[in-house]
Design a protein around this ligand. Sequence first.
Ligand SMILES: NC(=O)c1ccc[n+]([C@@H]2O[C@H](COP(=O)([O-])OP(=O)(O)OC[C@H]3O[C@@H](n4cnc5c(N)ncnc54)[C@H](OP(=O)(O)O)[C@@H]3O)[C@@H](O)[C@H]2O)c1
Length: 245
Amino acid sequence: MAERPDACALVTGASRGIGAATAKSLARDGWPVAVNYRSDADGAAAVVAEIEASGGRAVALGADVASPEAADELLTGAESHFGVPVLALVNNAGIAADNLISMLGDEEWQRVIDTNLTGAFRLTRRALKSMLRARFGRIVNISSVVGLRANPGQANYAAAKAGLIAMTKTVTVEVARRGITANAVAPGWIDTDMTADVESELLSHVPARRAGTPEEVAACVSFLASDAAAYVNGAVLAVDGGLAA
Ligand SMILES: NC(=O)c1ccc[n+]([C@@H]2O[C@H](COP(=O)([O-])OP(=O)(O)OC[C@H]3O[C@@H](n4cnc5c(N)ncnc54)[C@H](OP(=O)(O)O)[C@@H]3O)[C@@H](O)[C@H]2O)c1
């Protein structure tokens, strides 16, 4: 593993699921990785331990991305720990609070928007400072198939995930000339805690007839963060077994 000497990566919501797989994948690619979590300190510590056991470098950083202070805390924490700027940002932290729109409360709406969209906005704004200085950066936003096609009961989640795609494209056209790429990944049904309660007969709607794995999403993030993806800007990469096709 060749370590990147001049940069580190930050993955939000990396204590389990897609974020944990992404942190491990980026570490295998040579990035020192900041592993953010909200409440699951043990999960984050286990991800860090696994990365270190494989010869990589990682640090666990607790912060709620929905809080206005989180962006500065996380970027400052990662940069002071590793001594290099965060030049790869993966906005992965996300929650769902489902309800049909006629019963969807203001609190459920706001909590999902604050976590899934506003958190990514603040982190992107803060991370761009170092990226613009370095004239290099990789921003990957974990959206969802639900940002592309409707799913009943998820108006708040869909609005946040579609907003993330629109934000990604806007960021791209603002900063592409500075060597910074911003792309979105739109997972379909991925086997994590978030989908643990979903009825498995819904898998018959997935052309591949199976759920995806966190590692299959992480592989796409790794590609988008790599030098090989330097000319991929504003793309929405579906990782969904054909669900959005
Ligand atoms: N699973 C799917 O089928 C699927 C499909 C499409 C898109 N996605 C998206 O992929 C991302 C990861 O999903 P997942 O399935 O891996 O979810 P998950 O297993 O439920 O894990 C969620 C992760 O996000 C963290 N998190 C939640 N709220 C946070 C906050 N306010 N601040 C910081 N971290 C926070 C959690 O940290 P703690 O454990 O510390 O609370 C956890 O590490 C989400 O954005 C989700 O919307 C998932």
